[in-house]
Write a protein that binds this ligand. Structure first.
Ligand code: ADP
Ligand code: MG
Length: 696
C-alpha cells in the first residue's frame, strides 16, 4: 500500500523542505520576508534558488517556469531549462536568485485591456513567496504575480493579494477594539467545491463544438436525463473511480488537500473538494486542480468538461466558494463563540458580511459574469442572477430580535441582550440545507454558489474580501471614536441589521415569486453578463477599489474591456463553430439521408403498389426542416458579418447577446429537431445519450 503521508507534498518545496535544506539564517530571512511581505535580498534569493534547483533536479526536473495567472482565466508558463554552458562543451545546472524572484515574459500577447497601450509593453513576474514552488511535469513552477512595468496588475493574483491585505488591515482594527492583542493578522480562507463532467474521449473528439467551445452547441434531449436523481452520490463507475484515484495522487503530490469526491446530480457529473486553505493558496490549488482534471482524464481515455453548461437541459457545473475569515492564530471569526463577548464579535463580523453583500450585490454579480455562466444563473438548477443571503431560521430569528429590540428566546430559553449575551451554537445540520441560495451561511462560513465551474476563484474573492473590508472599515471608524463601546456596538449591530435585512432570504430562490419579491425589496436582477459588467465601472465601484488599493480606475477599465471582449469572442467562436458544423456535417447528413429516402421511394413506386407513407412523410419532413436549417444558417451568417461594424465594446456585446445569440438558438432548434428524424447511421455527431452514458 502506498504511504499517502510520504506522497503528500512530495513535489512541493514546502516549509519542511526549506527548513531541512536551507542554512538556518537563510531560512529565517526567507520566513521573515514572507510574513512581513518584504523584498527578498539578492544574496538570500541566490541561496534559496540554488537549493530549490538542487532539490528539483533530484526530483527529475530539468526546467523552471514562472507560473502566473493572466486575465485569460487559465495559468501561463514559459519554460527555461536550468542548463548553462560552462566552456568545455559541458553544461552546468544553474538557477539564480534573480531568476527566482523576477521574470520577464513577453507580455504582449496577453489581454491587458489597453493597459499596454498607455504604458510599457512589457510586463514582469514576481515570486509570490506565500505560495510554495512545486514540480509539475519535470518543471519547477514558481507561483508569481504578473504586473506591467508601471506596476499595473495584469493578472488575477496581484489584486487577490491586495484584497487579502485590505481585509487584514480593517479586520485587525476591529479585533483590537475587542481587546484582542494576540492575533497578528487576519486571513480569509477558501474551500472551493469543483464540479465537472467526464465523457469518453473518443466521443469528445467527434464533437467540434466540445473541442472549440467546451459545450455542445447542438444535441436533442436524451430519453433519460437526471429525472430519477439516480446519479447523485451514486457508486462510482470503475473507470471513473480509477481516474479519481490517480487524480488524488497527483493532487496530493502537489500538496493539494483533495478531500471529498462524489457523483453529482447530472449523469456523468462529478465533484471534487479540498480542505480549505488561505485564499491565495486555494486559488493556486484550484487552478492546478482544473489543469490536472484535464490531464488525468486524458490518460484514462476520458475528456473532462469544466464548462458551466456543457449540455442543454441537464444541470450545469458550478463552483461553490466556501469562505471565512480567521486570525493567524486559527480562530474562525464567523464561528459563534463560547462567551457573550465572543458572540458580540461574531455578530459584528456577521453583520459586516450582510452589509457588504447588500451594499455591493452588483459587484458580486459582476464577479461571476461570463458567457458560459449566463446559461446557468437563472436557469432552474443554479442560483438565480439575484444576489441574496441565506442565514437559516435560527440566525434570522436572532436578527429579528436585534431589529425589534426584543429578547431572543430559544427553546432553551437563552436570553439575548444584543450581542453581549449568550448565543446558541449552530449545529451544522440546522444550518443550510437550502441549496437554492446564492450566498448561504453554513454554520461557520459563507458559501458563495454563483461561480461557474471554470472560473478562477480569484475574481469573486477579490470582491468578497474588498467589500467586507469596506464594511469593517466603516465599523472601525465609528467604534474607534466611541466612548461607550458596548452601547455603541449594540447600536451599530442593530442599525446594520435594520438597514440591510432586505438581502436576507431563506425561501426558494428558484420560485417565480422571489423575482417579484426581490424587485419589491429593491434588489438587483442583472440577468446577463452584458447587464452586469457595466456595474464594474461605476463611480461607486471605482471609489471602493481605489480606496482599498485593489484596482486603480485604469485597471478597472482595462478589466472591464477584457471581460466584455471575452464575452463577444466566446459568442463569436461559438457561432462560427455552429455554422461550420452545419455546413460540413449536418447538411451533408441531411442530404445523404434524403437521397437514401428518395431512392427507396422511387424504387418502391417503380416496383408497384407499395405503402410509401413512411418514406414519403419522412422525406417531406426532413426536406422541410433542411430548408429551414438553410434559412437559419443564412441569418446567422449575415448577423456575423454585421458584428465587425460595431466599435464600442458594450454596443458590440449587446449585439452578440441580442442578435447573434438568438440566431444561434434558432439554428440549434432546427438542427436538434432534425437529429430526431435523421437516422442514427447518418447523423454525424454522437448524441446526448452517447455522451452522457458511455463511460462505464
Ligand atoms: P457541502 O457539499 O455540504 O457544501 P463539502 O464538505 O462538500 O460540503 O464542502 C465544504 C467545503 O467548505 C470544503 O471545501 C471545506 O474545506 C470548506 N470549508 C470548511 N470550513 C471552511 C472555512 N472555515 N473557510 C473556508 N472553507 C471552509
Ligand atoms: Mg457546497
Amino acid at each position: 500500500m502506498k504511504d499517502i503521508s510520504e506522497l503528500f507534498g512530495s513535489m512541493v518545496f514546502n516549509d519542511a523542505v526549506m527548513r531541512a535544506r536551507l542554512p538556518k539564517e537563510i531560512y529565517k530571512a526567507l520566513k521573515k520576508s514572507v510574513s512581513r511581505g518584504t523584498h527578498l535580498e539578492l544574496d538570500v534569493a541566490n541561496v534559496v534558488a540554488n537549493t530549490m534547483k538542487d532539490w528539483a533536479v533530484e526530483k527529475g526536473a530539468t526546467h523552471f517556469t514562472h507560473w502566473f495567472q493572466p486575465m485569460t482565466g487559465i495559468t501561463a508558463e514559459k519554460h527555461d531549462s536550468f542548463i548553462s554552458p560552462c566552456g568545455d562543451g559541458k553544461i552546468l545546472m544553474e538557477f539564480s536568485g534573480k531568476e527566482l524572484v523576477r521574470g520577464e515574459p513577453d507580455a504582449s500577447s496577453f489581454p491587458s485591456g489597453g493597459l499596454r497601450a498607455t504604458f510599457e509593453a512589457r510586463g514582469y513576474t514576481v515570486w509570490d513567496t506565500t505560495s510554495y514552488a512545486f514540480i509539475k511535469d519535470g518543471t519547477l513552477c514558481i507561483p508569481t504575480a504578473f504586473c506591467s512595468y508601471s506596476g499595473e496588475a495584469l493578472d488575477k493574483k496581484t489584486p487577490l493579494l491586495r484584497s487579502m491585505e485590505a481585509l487584514d488591515k480593517q479586520a485587525m482594527r476591529v479585533l483590537r477594539l475587542f481587546g484582542n492583542k494576540t492575533a497578528r493578522s487576519v486571513i480569509t480562507t477558501v474551500g472551493p467545491e469543483q464540479e465537472y463532467f467526464l465523457i469518453d474521449k473518443e466521443m469528445y473528439l467527434k464533437r467540434p463544438d466540445l473541442i472549440y467551445t467546451g459545450r455542445t452547441l447542438f444535441g436533442a434531449r436524451p430519453p433519460k436525463g437526471q429525472e430519477l436523481d439516480d446519479h447523485y452520490f451514486g457508486s462510482l463507475k470503475p473507470r471513473v473511480s480509477a481516474f479519481m484515484k490517480e487524480l488524488e495522487d497527483e493532487l496530493w503530490k502537489l500538496g493539494v488537500y483533495a478531500k471529498t469526491k462524489h457523483n453529482e446530480v447530472a449523469p456523468a457529473q462529478h465533484e471534487i473538494a479540498p480542505v480549505f486553505s488561505t485564499t491565495n493558496i486555494a486559488a493556486d490549488h484550484n487552478q492546478l486542480t482544473m489543469e490536472l482534471l484535464k490531464i488525468v482524464a486524458n490518460r484514462h481515455g476520458l475528456a473532462c468538461l469544466i464548462h458551466e453548461k456543457p449540455f442543454a437541459g441537464v444541470n450545469g457545473s458550478g463552483k461553490h466558494n466556501n469562505w471565512s475569515i480567521s486570525t493567524d492564530t486559527g480562530v474562525n471569526l464567523l464561528e459563534p463563540g463560547e462567551t457573550p463577548f465572543e458572540n458580540a464579535q461574531f455578530l459584528l463580523f456577521l453583520v459586516a458580511v450582510i452589509k457588504a453583500v447588500d451594499d455591493y450585490q452588483d459587484l458580486l454579480r459582476v464577479s461571476v459574469a461570463s458567457a458560459g455562466n449566463d446559461h446557468r444563473l437563472g436557469a432552474n438548477e443554479a442560483p438565480p442572477a439575484i444576489v441574496s443571503m441565506f442565514l437559516g431560521e435560527e440566525l434570522t430569528d436572532i436578527m429579528d430580535a436585534i431589529e425589534s429590540g426584543a429578547d431572543y428566546k430559544n427553546k432553551e430559553k437563552l436570553q439575548m441582550e444584543i450581542g453581549v449575551n449568550v448565543l446558541p451554537h449552530f449545529p451544522k445540520d440546522t444550518t443550510d440545507r437550502n441549496r437554492t441560495s446564492p450566498f448561504a451561511f453554513t454554520g461557520n462560513k459563507f458559501e458563495f454558489r454563483m461561480l461557474g465551474s471554470v472560473f478562477s476563484v480569484s475574481g469573486p474573492n477579490i470582491v468578497l474580501n474588498t467589500i467586507v473590508a469596506e464594511s469593517l472599515r466603516q465599523f472601525a471608524d465609528i467604534l474607534e471614536k466611541s466612548a461607550d463601546f458596548k452601547t455603541d456596538l449594540a447600536a451599530l449591530i442593530k442599525k446594520t441589521v435594520c438597514e440591510h435585512k432586505r438581502i436576507i432570504f431563506n425561501g426558494n430562490n428558484y420560485a417565480e415569486e422571489w423575482v417579484t419579491e426581490a424587485q419589491k425589496r429593491g434588489l438587483s436582477n442583472l440577468k446577463t453578463t452584458v447587464d452586469a459588467l457595466p456595474e464594474f465601472i461605476t463611480e461607486k465601484s471605482i471609489e471602493l477599489f481605489s480606496l482599498h488599493h485593489i484596482f486603480t480606475k485604469q485597471e478597472i477599465h482595462s478589466r472591464y474591456e477584457i471581460l466584455m471582449e471575452g464575452y463577444c469572442k466566446t459568442l463569436h467562436i461559438e457561432a462560427l463553430t455552429m455554422t461550420n458544423m452545419v455546413k460540413a456535417q449536418i447538411i451533408p447528413a441531411c442530404v445523404d439521408y434524403q437521397n437514401d429516402l428518395a431512392k427507396l421511394l422511387k424504387r418502391k413506386k417503380e416496383c408497384g403498389d407499395y405503402d410509401v407513407s413512411l418514406e414519403d412523410n419522412l422525406l417531406k419532413n426532413v426536406s422541410r426542416l433542411s430548408g429551414c436549417l438553410l434559412k437559419k444558417l443564412t441569418v446567422l451568417d449575415d448577423v456575423l458579418l454585421e458584428t465587425k461594424e460595431t466599435q464600442e465594446v458594450l454596443e458590440q456585446a449587446l449585439f452578440y447577446r441580442d442578435k447573434v445569440y438568438s440566431a444561434m438558438s434558432e439554428l440549434r432548434a432546427v438542427a436538434d429537431e432534425l437529429e430526431t428524424l435523421v437516422s442514427a447511421k447518418h447523423w454525424p455527431l454522437p448524441t446526448y445519450a452517447e455522451l452522457l452514458y458511455s463511460v462505464v
